[in-house]
Design a protein around this ligand. Structure first.
Ligand SMILES: Cc1cc2nc3c(=O)[nH]c(=O)nc-3n(C[C@H](O)[C@H](O)[C@H](O)COP(=O)(O)OP(=O)(O)OC[C@H]3O[C@@H](n4cnc5c(N)ncnc54)[C@H](O)[C@@H]3O)c2cc1C
Length: 488
């Protein structure tokens, strides 16, 4: 009897190192690869009124799907594209093609895990099973020295456990795909079909991101091998301008266009063929952060999405102030370093890690170290809508960290924005790139803009409240000797 298996593509939009797709091709005579655009993912986020997946994210996803379809076609197969409720679509496909199973990547966050259970229930009565394969992280959960319910609170302990007692598995081989029968594959929707406006390309962007496995592998080749940037990664990763400062792998990793194991094994090859140093170590160190947030998400469930977080911290002091939030989101706080970062995010769907830490810190700090004291889940939801590299575990996990509600209670997460700005943008190039109205302000006057006299400001073409906002917090506090603790 001919065996048919459906491969349900989720956050694994690639052919390389795809355990579920590979296994489907081993187990079946016919494999139907399908992606289902779930309209629930397009819903509007409550309170802040933005789509869950905004224009930048959707553009990247559609590009990734187009590339996946192209690569599948090159291998004699194709990508079926359907829109709707995955439970219904999968059950229909199983019925139409007498499939015995659906294979897919396993997720770690509650909504996605809940969907897996519902799909399982929808398939059971029609005699098919859902088989899940873990592909989300660098380390496989079966190889960790702790179970998911015992994942250490502190990143440091998690990392040490991984480094000392776990090994990274080899990639699975490329699948050999059986040809598809005559079947309606479905049209890839356009941004317009989805009611979204395609974002304009902004020449100031750090890099022009294109979704898909092809672009992902090209980026690995360029960043590691052609531009030789891995060599200095640890020292450049906190810069703010241009394509070389950090790997920019995150969006491809988040959509599964790039396997974290591919990155790992390329780093190991680089170490053998070029150089092994603190930078090659550090890229893996950062990938382990990514794993940490995934395994924390699996352990903590819905708690990472709550304002009180996994540690059940009091939410007193966080206000749902829509005006302050709107100014923060628009890059109109009057704090140039934060505004530049928010404007980059709005224009491109990307922001550096340094930027993310600072904008989050300014939005949420309250109580003894008050900045805007705004309800932090709004900030996380805003980034969810905008970031092309959005993934629930990394985004909400990092917000948990900055809000100090996450499992890892170590360290003070307050950022002195002035110190940060002078350290990471000493010449003000980054701020001026995104806040052109400040282009004539001398670098040493830029990061404490509002402390200059009206006359000086006027000589640089700036009038507070007219050409650039008054600051929402008084930056003077960041200059005092006992100013709030600063981060590296
Ligand atoms: C408030 C906030 C929200 C964030 N939201 C996301 C998100 O939705 N998706 C996302 O991938 N990252 C998120 N990050 C983490 C980090 O900012 C990005 O992964 C990084 O900026 C992506 O750029 P890169 O690929 O050049 O990183 P690199 O410095 O080149 O790092 C290599 C890879 O390591 C991983 N990584 C690095 N730092 C972190 C980190 N702190 N947490 C988790 N993984 C990390 C990423 O996969 C990244 O691609 C967030 C950080 C903060 C502070």
């Amino acid at each position: 009897m001919k065996i048919t298996i459906i491969h349900w593509f989720r956050n694994d939009l690639r052919l390389h190192d795809n355990a579920a797709l590979y296994q489907a091709c081993q187990d079946a005579h016919l494999v139907l690869p399908v992606f289902i655009l779930d309209l629930a993912s397009m819903a509007t986020l409550p309170d802040i009124n933005v789509p869950r997946a905004g224009g930048h994210r959707m553009r990247f996803l559609l590009e990734s799907l187009a590339d996946l379809r192209h690569n599948l076609r090159q291998k004699g197969s194709d990508l079926l594209i359907r829109t709707g409720d995955p439970r219904q679509v999968l059950a229909e496909l199983v019925g139409q093609h007498q499939a015995s199973a659906v294979y897919a990547g396993q997720e770690a966050t509650p909504e996605e895990v809940g969907l897996e259970e519902q799909v399982q229930q929808a398939l059971q009565p029609i005699g098919a099973q859902l088989k899940l394969f873990w592909m989300l992280s660098l380390y496989h959960p079966d190889d960790l020295p702790f179970g998911v319910s015992e994942v250490p609170d502190a990143y440091r302990d998690f990392r040490k456990g991984c480094e000392k007692q776990a090994t990274v598995r080899d990639e699975v081989p490329m699948p050999v795909l059986p040809a598809l029968p005559d079947i309606a594959v479905g049209r890839l929707p356009t941004m317009k079909d989805l009611g979204l406006t395609a974002p304009r390309t902004d020449e100031r962007a750090a890099i022009h991101f294109v979704g898909g496995e092809t672009a992902a592998l090209h980026r690995v080749a360029t960043y590691f091998w052609e531009r030789d940037q891995l060599r200095n990664y640890k020292h450049t990763r906190n810069q703010l301008i241009g394509e070389d400062y950090s790997s920019k792998f995150s969006a491809w990793l988040a959509n599964g266009c790039l396997s974290p194991r591919r990155v790992y094994w390329e780093v190991r090859r680089y170490e053998q063929e070029r150089k092994k140093n603190v930078s090659t170590y550090w890229l893996i160190f950062e990938l382990i952060w990514r794993d940490y947030f995934r395994f924390q998400a699996a352990r903590q469930g819905h708690r990472i999405f709550l304002a009180r977080g996994p540690r059940n911290v009091s939410t007193i002091g966080w206000e749902k102030d829509a005006d302050l939030f709107a100014q923060w989101a628009a890059g109109q706080t009057g704090i140039p370093f934060v505004d530049a970062n928010m404007r980059e995010l709005n224009a491109t769907g990307f922001m550096s890690n340094r930027g993310r830490q600072n904008v989050a810190s300014l939005l949420l700090h309250r109580g003894e170290k008050p900045d805007l004291s705004v309800w932090w889940p709004w900030g996380a939801a805003y980034l969810e809508s905008l970031l092309i590299d959005y993934d629930p575990a990394s985004n909400w996990g990092n917000w948990n960290m900055v809000a100090e509600v996450g499992a890892d209670a170590h360290g003070d997460r307050y950022f002195n924005i002035y110190t940060q700005a002078t350290r990471y943008d000493p010449q003000g190039e980054y701020v001026k790139r995104w806040c052109p109205e400040l282009q004539h302000v001398p670098a040493d006057k830029l990061h404490l803009l509002s402390l200059n006299s009206a006359r000086e400001l006027a000589s640089w073409g700036v009038e507070l409240g007219i050409t650039y906002p008054f600051p929402l917090v008084d930056p003077l506090k960041w200059t005092r000797r006992n100013s709030p603790h600063e981060q590296d």
